[in-house]
Design a protein around this ligand. Sequence first.
Ligand code: MIC
Ligand code: SF4
Length: 646
Amino acid sequence: MGLTLAQKIIKEHLVSGEMIAGQEISIKIDQTLTQDSTGTMAYLQFEAMGIDRVKTEKSVAYIDHNTLQAGFENADDHKYIQTVASKHGIYFSRPGNGICHQVQLERFGKPGKTLLGSDSHTPTGGGIGMLAIGAGGLDVAVAMGGGAYYITMPKIMKVELKGKLRKWVTAKDVILEVLRQISVKGGVGYILEYSGEGVSTLSVPERATITNMGAEHGATTSIFPSDEITREFLKAQGREEDFVEIQPDADAVYDKVITVDLDELVPLVAKPHSPDAVDTCDNVGKIKVDQVFIGSCTNSSYADMMKVAKILKGKTVHPDVSLVIGPGSKQVLNMLAENGALADMIDAGARILESACGPCIGMGQSPKTDAISLRTNNRNFYGRSGTMSAQVYLVSPEVAAVSAIEGVLTNPMDYGDSIDISFEMPKQFKVNDNMVVSPAPSAADVDVVRGPNIQPFPINTALAETVKGVSLIKLEDNITTDHIMPSNAKLLPYRSNIPYLSDYCLAPSDPEFSKRAKENGGGFIVAGSNYGQGSSREHAALVPLYLGIKAVICKSFARIHMANLINNGILPLTFSNPDDYDKIDMGDELVLEGIRDEILNGKPITVKNVTKNIEIPVDITLSDRQRHIMAAGGLLNYTKEQVSNS
Ligand code: MIC
Ligand code: SF4
């Protein structure tokens, strides 16, 4: 039986387990990336492992999230990451060099290699045929130390692309269509592999837009084949030698197939507050727009920016619209500056931001009260823009640019041929890696600088025989990590300070949650399905751990968050019967009797609701190794135990 694209790469990197969907496997990681908002934790955890130098082929530490520097905190984090990276053999991409995923694609990603990143949009690398996976900081720290990365072997979903996109219809519309078809939960447990005649019509940046936003349907990753288009891209980046061709076998077998007819697609939007609330631009209609943001790791490539510049050239941004543009990398910004496209944007009235995440993660540019904001980024979760009453719609750069001129949501197809947006990928990108600092030759050469914002992180204790506590909150479906641990310009500077962050845990759902958790000395979280979707931020587990959360009981979990809970020794339990969700109310007293034995020996688990005097069966999906991690109180404790037993 032939292999799919992803299966081929997994096979080559397999360290343990069998490639049978649903079974635990571990794979060797070739490259890692971190960014600053998850990086400080990842490096504190790496330091706790006591390893001198990273064991990967290439590890890069990016600064792209916390670049506002409204106080000393961000800059302290940057210095810590720069020095810790230098000491341990990690390349350092300085603030201003660009968004991690964009730069990794341009400068470091290699087809056929594995990449583990402490950011959920790491699958952007799938655009050049890498197996690129997002994970919590601790998993990335372990990979940097040479440890294998453990995952459940995913099923493979083939996305058959038919035909060719029409003018004004874009890669963003392709991934929005996939989200419309399979929802924010539809990718859980899968790798999405793109194939079909449409593949050869898409450039590498277009492919990367699609794999990037695969994070939103919950897949382990998404991937395109590596073909002549990939070779041309790498050649234009001055690194043709990194090219290898990777295609699935003709007789590869897929667990599921979906089809996207590129010819039939029209410009789409994702309505507030979910990336799968997809409708056509025309159906949503000409709603008045207050703000437009073009940028983020989804849509900030040179190709995207050039099309936007062509649309804006000679026009003026509507007086009621604030248009902000953040080119994705120094390379992109530099090329726009050199060819005059930047001047066209500025001339039209666009506000140019540095090459960083910026508004996508609420670092500035929060829109006005009740605003309608069109954004080219990948998430429109409630409150993420920093303005709770804002309505964020996700759109393509083309829709964003024409709407910024018109002042209302506009289907760019209405422009027909009146604007020429044709664009050819450059034969040669501007290559200058002078903002990437190489590590010091030896660890002894560097002293790590730790400002006062770098606080120790909580470590769990071994799992007790019996666990009890109060149900502290009852949440609905699709709770995101932006609910659990919000990020915005006020909070992001404290990503290295768990005690400070703990006051804001689950605040968008219930501002009193943290206080209640502290008064009760911790307890349980109860939720609906797809709990923890979105970001890879380990803070969504570390902060609950700090607050004494013992278990989350829900209908289902998102992949990365569940791994983060396990890594930190918080029990991820699911209702055996989803309707039992109704049998726990906030304030109920819950007991897990004999839980340690049940976990270690894989016995059935029952939650006793003492208040209601009922028993509720729950499940936990753990490999053997994870049972021992849970019992030890998390991965760090488990690793220490392993080391002292060996
Ligand atoms: C995001 O897009 O939500 C982030 C900010 O990039 C996160 C990482 C983080 O929370 O720091 C992600 O996607 O993993
Ligand atoms: Fe940055 Fe936004 Fe991309 Fe996350 S999704 S890495 S915040 S640009």
